[in-house]
Design a protein around this ligand. Structure first.
Ligand code: ADP
Ligand code: GN1
Ligand code: MG
Length: 357
């Protein structure tokens, strides 16, 4: 802890850091809650530079996105705020490790699953608003921190390579999952092809819109702040919509071992869709509207193959906390994909009803 306190004190915080504890449930960065002797709380993060190879450019993105968002705020929401160092820099590099500090968003919570449907509605409001707020952001100013991040076709190619190489000899034990993924290979190119043909517009998107990346007011549930801006890059609006649905319509945990508990709750699908479309529905093209339900399925499929790929590669990307953790995560995603396939017509009807109201 001494090291973390020393690092936190390198930033221009209020008082002197006196405690630092692990915090949150992210799969990528190391997050700590820091408290100072004046009672102010901060978030200290060690940025995962195995995942993010260009942390300096990533921090540049966050600086420009947060200052753009801050200028445009016209609601009771907050914007993620970096605490700078005394020399004006937004991060500290030490022994090839990168650290940053954010103001702690007080009186707000993140949820790991939806307990009150209204929370998911407000999560839709938050990400729909985020989309609208960034509509005029100059996309060319952003560094592409992870190229092809949601290029499902290239994610599929990574998966095939992992199966072929089978570096941990795990492929034989996950035949059913491999077959499930292979059977849907053609789905992987649908959005990528539409983008290439100019049938979907490239926008500035969040790209990691799961429920625990939005902070909701602890009392009212209304949106307080969209967080985890590491992956803000040019992308498809459908990535943001679909990824929220992937995580939030499933009443069970993303790593639930008992997959009989995993399904897509259509009431939750409707709640989020309403919130999202109320905020940014008027921006959407016809093709974007048409592909909303499919995006939920494809983002779930993509995440499933990413977890499976990481399992096959020996768990080098996502943090794991038990044996077969990535495999358990993959299984929940594939169960959800299968359920969404059954419910696709109903999902389409829900979107049509909202749009035609
Ligand atoms: P990761 O990239 O690992 O997911 P996040 O930036 O999402 O990291 O942070 C992990 C968790 O820490 C979040 O889900 C949230 O609960 C908490 N958190 C992050 N930033 C803040 C903040 N500024 N104020 C309060 N809590 C935060
Ligand atoms: C990671 O950082 P976190 O935990 O919010 C991942 C997302 C996945 C998600 C699955 C940079 O998100 O792409 O969808 O796990 N982030 C990165 O839960 O790879
Ligand atoms: Mg996160």
């Amino acid at each position: 802890m001494a090291d973390l306190l020393r690092i936190a004190n390198e930033f221009d915080i209020n008082g002197t850091a006196i405690s630092a504890e692990s915090y949150g449930f992210g799969h990528i960065n190391d997050t700590y809650i820091v408290v100072t002797d004046t009672g102010v709380r901060y978030i200290l993060q060690r940025v995962n530079n195995n995942v993010f190879k260009n942390v300096e450019q990533l921090m540049g993105n966050i600086e420009s996105v947060t200052s753009f968002l801050r200028k445009g705020i016209n609601c009771s929401c907050e914007c993620l705020t970096l605490v700078l160092r005394k020399n004006g820099k937004s991060f500290l590099k030490e022994d090839d490790k990168y650290y940053r500090v954010y103001n702690f968003i007080e009186d707000a919570v993140t949820y790991q699953t939806v307990s009150e449907p209204v929370h998911f509605y407000y999560s839709g409001v938050a990400f729909g608003r985020f989309q609208r707020q960034l509509a005029e952001f100059p996309a060319e100013a952003l560094f592409e921190v992870i190229p092809n991040f949601h290029n499902t076709k290239s994610r599929y190619a990574d998966f095939e390579k992992a199966v072929e190489q089978d570096v941990c000899n795990r492929a034989a034990s996950v035949k059913a999952e491999i077959e499930f993924a292979k059977a849907r290979k053609s789905d992987a190119s649908v959005l990528v092809d539409m983008l290439e043909k100019g049938e979907l517009p490239l926008r500035v998107t969040h790209n990691d819109t799961k429920l625990n990346n939005v902070m909701l007011d602890i009392k009212t549930g209304t949106p307080k702040c969209v967080i985890d801006l590491d992956t803000v890059m040019p992308g498809l609006l459908l990535y943001d919509f679909g990824d929220s649905m992937r995580f939030g319509t499933n009443p069970a945990a993303e790593d639930e071992k008992d997959i009989s508990k995993v399904y897509c709750d259509l009431n939750l699908f409707e709640q989020y869709s309403r919130g999202f479309l109320e905020e940014c529905g008027d921006m959407l093209t016809e093709n974007e509207i048409k592909m909303l339900p499919f995006s939920a399925k494809i983002m779930t499929y993509e995440c499933g193959i990413r977890f499976l790929t990481d399992h096959l590669n020996g768990d080098t990307y996502f943090k794991i906390h038990r044996g077969n953790h990535n495999l358990d995560r993959c299984r929940t995603q594939f169960k959800l994909v299968a359920d969404m396939e059954q419910k696709m017509d109903k999902m389409n009807d829900i979107i049509k009803n909202i749009i035609n109201k």
